[in-house]
Design a protein around this ligand. Structure first.
Ligand code: C5P
Length: 282
């Protein structure tokens, strides 16, 4: 047991997201390539008699700090599932990722809280069912490295051999409710991702990625037209190889030819962006 632990909750980025079917309970079957960025939230955990959560950082006022916060729910699950009854923790979440934005902030926070508590209390992590019940993106966020995610989020396989990706994230400052986007998805191809060839260099990887899709992008754009503005802005910047929306939006990512071009595009987009826009090198 330790008295304190820290956790990093990186942004989850769906480089491709194919909706391949729908379960009887309404949840959608996915085939998605997920990577994690270097932008993220931070958690500081301290052993304490009770469970408590404080939220600070630029997006602190946009998320609930009470029982419905995924970090507190994750902490309750950890107590229940691992028999850590009577143990507590005081957690400070520094919220740097915009909430409701398709980059898994809440799920990544929950995953980081579970990893931190496992360390703090010297306990095992909850089982896969309990993780999935917290949110479809929580299992993939438990192990923040490139993964192929299928099922509703429970079928996970690590992906190796991806090139370094100079990524930029831009969010237009409009929160998106995931269920509304799935509801607005009326047409879809249904095909899974093409097999990913081994050990690709950046141009070949982008060539492959350009043939994949995010099926949630058209319905999200119909709900939030600013997504189109963000994508056009990224596509117009020098060195942009591909721009696409992540998850159910509205955050979009772009892949650049190299990190210098990415950094230049970040500076240029930041300088001209409306105040509500969030721009992060990932
Ligand atoms: O699991 P999570 O709380 O992140 O999902 C939010 C909502 O998104 C679900 O209630 C459901 O409407 C939709 N969803 C879905 N299929 C998935 C994941 C989420 O339909 N695989």
């Amino acid at each position: 047991m330790t008295a304190t632990a820290t956790g990093f909750a990186p942004a989850k980025i769906n480089l491709a997201l194919h909706v391949t079917g729908r379960r009887a309970d309404g949840y959608h079957l996915l085939d998605s390539l997920v990577v994690f960025g270097r932008a993220g939230d931070r958690l500081d955990l301290r052993a304490a008699p009770e469970l408590s959560l404080g939220v600070e950082g630029p997006f602190a006022d946009r998320i609930p700090a009470g029982a419905e916060n995924l970090v507190l729910r994750a902490m309750e699950v950890m107590r229940r599932e691992t028999g850590a009854q009577g143990q507590g923790a005081s957690v400070t979440l520094t919220k740097r990722l915009p909430p409701g934005s398709g980059i898994g902030g809440g799920s990544s926070d929950a995953a980081a809280a579970l990893r931190g508590l496992a360390q703090l209390w010297d306990m095992d992590l909850p089982g896969p069912k309990a993780l999935l019940a917290l949110g479809a993106d929580v299992p993939v966020c438990m192990d923040p490295r490139p993964q192929r995610m299928r099922g509703v989020g429970e079928r996970l396989n690590p992906v190796t051999g991806l090139p370094d990706l100079p990524l930029l994230l831009v969010n237009p400052g409009v929160p998106v409710a995931t269920p509304a986007v799935f509801k607005a998805l009326t047409e879809r191809d249904g095909a899974p991702m093409e097999p990913l060839p081994d050990a690709l260099d950046l141009p070949r990887f982008v060539e492959w990625l350009a043939r994949q899709r995010n099926d949630l992008q058209p319905p999200a754009m119909a709900l939030v037209p600013e997504i189109g503005t963000v994508l056009a802005r990224m596509e117009a910047s020098a060195g942009c190889l591909l721009a696409r929306m992540s998850g159910s939006g509205a955050t979009c990512f772009a892949i650049y030819r190299d990190t210098d071009m990415r950094d230049a595009a970040a500076a240029e987009i930041r300088a001209a962006a409306p105040p509500a826009w969030w721009v992060a090198e990932a």
